[in-house]
Design a protein around this ligand. Structure first.
Ligand code: BG6
Length: 465
């Protein structure tokens, strides 16, 4: 059977500055949270590989952009590192700006649309030391950084994004305690989430102001990118299971959807947090007007896995944190064992339909989707990594995307995560996502895997078997 995607549906690459650029200590680049954690505890990083080198894109950007072009991709999302663009006084770092000019010019010359994201978990260390997102002053510092970037590149970059996965830092650093400083405190986590939401809204506000003043091209758009996880529970759920779904969905998904589509936070979620759990999220008079500015032109939907939850065993843990849900293990689940994530392609359809229903005026695109596999060298045959598992993974998701478009979802494109293998937080180079391998033993040389040729043909014709 031949599956067809709309003619103007775009294929592209998703990456990020801190995971690709490297060149971490040159030309005035400041240290980031990841440089700090790498120095503090290098043994927490897979194979002791810290944040320093990325995949060497700083030096290879021309080659990489040509590679993306050769895959018939129309767009490329990366992120601008706060640490490279801005100095400690909150002013433009000309040397950092010069590199981003080169990168953007190169993409424009190759007719690759650059999607510029402004934050990918990469807080400057000195701001993290001031409390990071838990400190409301940082919201202003971020808004200043984004404003400077937009003033500098407003006539070169058409597609701007405020955040990648704004839910991840609150959850990983302050709720689940998986990332430094390994805190498990709902109250801090929700304050951080709230401050990031304000930061997003201020950045959108600045974008609109600069556009009105003609400092940004008139056809430019602003968006936000988040990892949305469609929530499911067990068959024949109890009211308590459904309540677990409501709050999981509310904090993880609806929180962001409501801000970017409707300019406010979900009332039922705020009501539960503030009135039932008695947790102060730090709201101040005037904040609602800031949040009202958070409405975007389009949304990036990162999809990796669903969330399956059921009622928790108790309402609060021993430290007084509300217990929102506990995991529900679906007996039929299929896992990516390398990453520990469930593979459930239908989730991309279900959530696309949720966006259509809850935010009918909001166009979106799949801004990340991908499969990370450890030890890919064992799949070498005739000098090429035979990553048929990746082809199956992407194909299965594209089938559900095509179906969602048929059923009315306003999904405009597909960006694959990590088209060129990259460094990834504590996992470093453990799980490889790319259609293109980065050979660490050959000075970061790029090498196409089998899937590269496969996606190249699909991206050319927007159809596949
Ligand atoms: C996404 C992030 O959540 O997942 C990326 O935006 C990340 O930064 C990707 O690399 C894959 O996750 P991981 O941990 O397997 O690299």
């Amino acid at each position: 059977m031949t599956y067809k995607l709309p003619k103007d549906f775009f294929f592209g690459a998703a990456m990020s500055g801190p995971q690709t650029e490297g060149a971490y200590n040159i030309e005035g680049r400041l240290r980031s949270y990841w440089d700090m954690t790498s120095d503090l505890e290098i043994n927490k990083f897979f194979n002791n590989v810290g944040s320093y080198v990325g995949n060497d894109m700083y030096h290879r950007y021309e080659e990489d952009i040509k590679l993306l072009k050769s895959l018939n991709f129309k767009s490329f999302r990366t992120s601008m590192q706060w640490t490279r663009l801005i100095d400690r006084d909150g002013k433009l770092n000309p040397a950092g700006a010069a590199w981003y000019h080169k990168l953007i010019d190169c993409a424009n010359e190759n007719k690759i649309d650059i999607f510029m994201n402004m934050y990918h978990f990469d807080m400057p260390e000195y701001l993290y030391q001031k409390g990071g997102w838990a400190n409301r002053e940082i919201v202003e510092a971020y808004a200043n950084f984004v404003k400077i970037a937009m003033e500098e590149f407003g006539h070169k970059v058409k597609y701007w994004f405020t955040f990648n996965e704004p839910i991840v830092e609150p959850e990983q650093q302050y709720l689940h305690g998986n990332w430094y400083p390994y805190v498990k405190d709902f109250s801090t986590s929700i304050k951080v989430q709230y401050n990031i939401t304000l930061a997003h809204s201020l950045a959108v506000h600045n974008f609109r102001k600069l556009k009105a003043a003609d400092k940004i091209d008139q056809d430019a758009k602003i968006g936000m990118i988040n990892c949305f996880a469609p929530p499911y529970t067990r068959p024949d759920p109890t009211p308590e299971d459904l309540e677990a779904v409501r709050m999981t969905d509310g904090l993880h998904n609806r929180w962001w959807l409501d801000v970017v589509a409707h300019g406010h936070l979900p009332e039922d979620v705020i009501d539960t947090v503030e009135n039932k759990w008695k947790i102060d999220i730090g709201r101040r008079p005037g904040d609602d007007a800031i949040l009202a500015e958070g409405v975007v032109d389009w949304l990036g939907f990162n999809y990796y896995q669903p969330t399956r939850v059921q009622a928790p065993d108790c309402d609060f843990d021993e430290s007084g944190n509300p217990m929102i849900a506990k995991p529900y293990i679906w007996p039929e689940r299929k896992m990516n064992v390398h990453r520990g994530w469930e593979i459930y392609p239908q989730g991309i359809y279900d959530f696309g339909m949720k966006i259509k229903k809850e935010c009918p005026d909001l166009p979106f695109f799949i801004s990340e989707n991908g499969m990370g596999v450890e030890g890919e060298e064992k799949y070498y045959q005739d000098g090429v990594i035979q990553d048929d598992y990746r082809i199956d993974f992407v194909r299965d998701h594209l089938i559900w995307i095509a179906k969602s478009i048929e059923d009315g979802a306003n999904c405009l494109g597909y960006h694959y995560w990590g088209v060129i293998d990259n460094w990834s937080w504590y996992n470093a180079f453990k799980n490889r996502y790319g259609f293109v391998r980065v050979c660490l033993d050959k000075g970061y040389q790029r090498e196409e895997k089998k899937s590269a040729q496969w996606i190249r043909e699909i991206a050319l014709n927007n159809e596949f078997e």
